[in-house]
Design a protein around this ligand. Structure first.
Ligand code: ADP
Ligand code: MG
Length: 371
């Protein structure tokens, strides 16, 4: 099983220093509210691409009163991996280390993949398109680690276009150049999304019937529709560039860019009832979300020939499940090839794991393996 067998933190959130040695089983973190359970999951999430589980700024994660930046490091299948906030230069920046030497984020992504579920995702079906897009793009990023950088490139070009729109006059040559960059990055974004959507739906379909209902998912957006009909990036880019050019006058009136993958939505249907997930009960939504995240981890595991098995971080997922569902969740986790980290306020929540997981007690800025 792909597992962290050691986790070390310095000056990360409420941890001045932590060194946790683990035996490679799943990990159940229990402790009072505010003890630092979610902080531990967030620390692990820093080992993946993007801003991590709370989307926090780099400096926000530094422990109050710390003199320098934070570090998170671990041992994963004989490799030593770490990230940190380096405050030694003029501008603080994120630093990656592998086996003691400086490395790139893309090197790190070769070694570790991470998927997570947090209580803040509970509202994803009822919320706006941007929330669902962010949720889905997180799954895409776990499959395609460069997706985040591609999205940043797209957004940067879009900000330039929006600045042009605000002036109310568009120099065609200039706009062509900016829209060309948007189209190139946008095509890649849409192609990534379509590919991961298919892998995720396949993975959902292959899941056992039972405690976590299946979802039917689709992407709503013109660029994704094109990307679903052809894998050719140049063709997708061309259709997006056309849409942007044709939309200039409309976009000047709106003061922003109204076409492109930054407007897309993920539609989710609750298969057992055939109704939109947004209309499902809170409990149904929660179970649907757990099913989707399990499917996401299973899809990554199925692609394991070109990616490491994912770690799965489940924050407060156990408390809201009845005992049967909890046991079903632990059985499913036990069948995954990657380590799961779970949190809960009470140790008994994890009893059905039996000896398939380690228990770790978390108390204000400290954590101790109990069994
Ligand atoms: N940058 C920081 N420095 C020090 N403490 C922090 C920092 N950020 C958050 N905390 C503290 O971490 C605690 C919350 O930890 P959290 O992991 O969310 O708890 P829980 O165990 O309930 O999941 C709070 O007490 C908060 O004040
Ligand atoms: Mg928490």
């Amino acid at each position: 099983m792909t597992a962290l067998t050691r986790l070390r933190l310095t000056d990360y959130r409420n941890y001045a220093a932590l060194d946790l040695a683990l035996d490679g089983r799943h990990v159940c973190l229990y402790g009072a509210n505010g003890a630092g359970k979610t902080n531990l999951l967030e620390a692990i999430s820093q080992l993946g691409p993007g801003r991590g589980l709370r989307s926090a700024g780099l400096a926000d994660m530094t422990r109050h009163d710390a003199e320098a930046g934070w570090t998170v490091s671990g041992e994963l299948e004989d490799r030593r991996i770490g990230v940190g906030l380096d405050t030694s230069g003029n501008t603080a920046k994120r630093q990656v280390r592998i086996d003691g030497a400086p490395a790139n984020a893309s090197d790190l992504a070769e070694l570790i993949r991470i998927v997570w579920l947090t209580p803040t995702m509970d509202g994803v079906f009822r919320g706006g398109a941007s929330e669902r897009r962010r949720f889905f793009d997180r799954q895409v990023m776990a499959h395609v680690p460069s997706h985040g950088a591609t999205s940043s490139r797209y957004e940067k070009a879009m900000r330039e276009r929006n600045a042009l729109l605000e002036r109310g006059f568009i120099d065609p040559a200039w706009a062509d150049a900016i829209e060309g960059r948007m189209a190139e990055a946008g095509a890649e974004i849409a192609a990534n999304r379509v590919r991961v959507l298919r892998a995720l739906q396949d993975s959902v379909n292959a899941r056992p019937e039972g405690h976590f209902p299946k979802a039917d998912i689709a992407l709503e957006g013109d660029t994704e529709i094109t990307a679903a009909s052809t894998p050719d990036l140049a063709t997708i880019a061309e259709s997006l560039a056309d849409a942007l050019r044709e939309g200039r006058r409309r976009d000047i009136a709106a003061g922003r860019t109204l076409s492109g993958p930054h407007r897309s939505d993920l539609t989710v249907m609750h298969r057992p009832t055939g109704a939109p997930a947004r209309e499902a009960s809170t409990g149904q939504q929660k179970a649907l979300l757990i099913g989707l995240i399990l499917a996401s981890a299973q899809a990554l595991a199925a692609a394991a020939h070109d990616a490491p098995a994912p770690l799965l971080l489940l924050d407060e997922a156990a408390a809201h499940l009845d005992p049967d569902r909890r046991a079903a969740l632990y059985d499913e986790l036990s069948a995954l090839p990657g380590q799961a980290w779970l949190t809960g306020t009470e140790r008994f929540l994890f009893d059905a794991f039996e000896d398939r997981a380690q228990r770790v007690e978390v108390t204000e800025g400290a954590a101790e393996v109990m069994a």
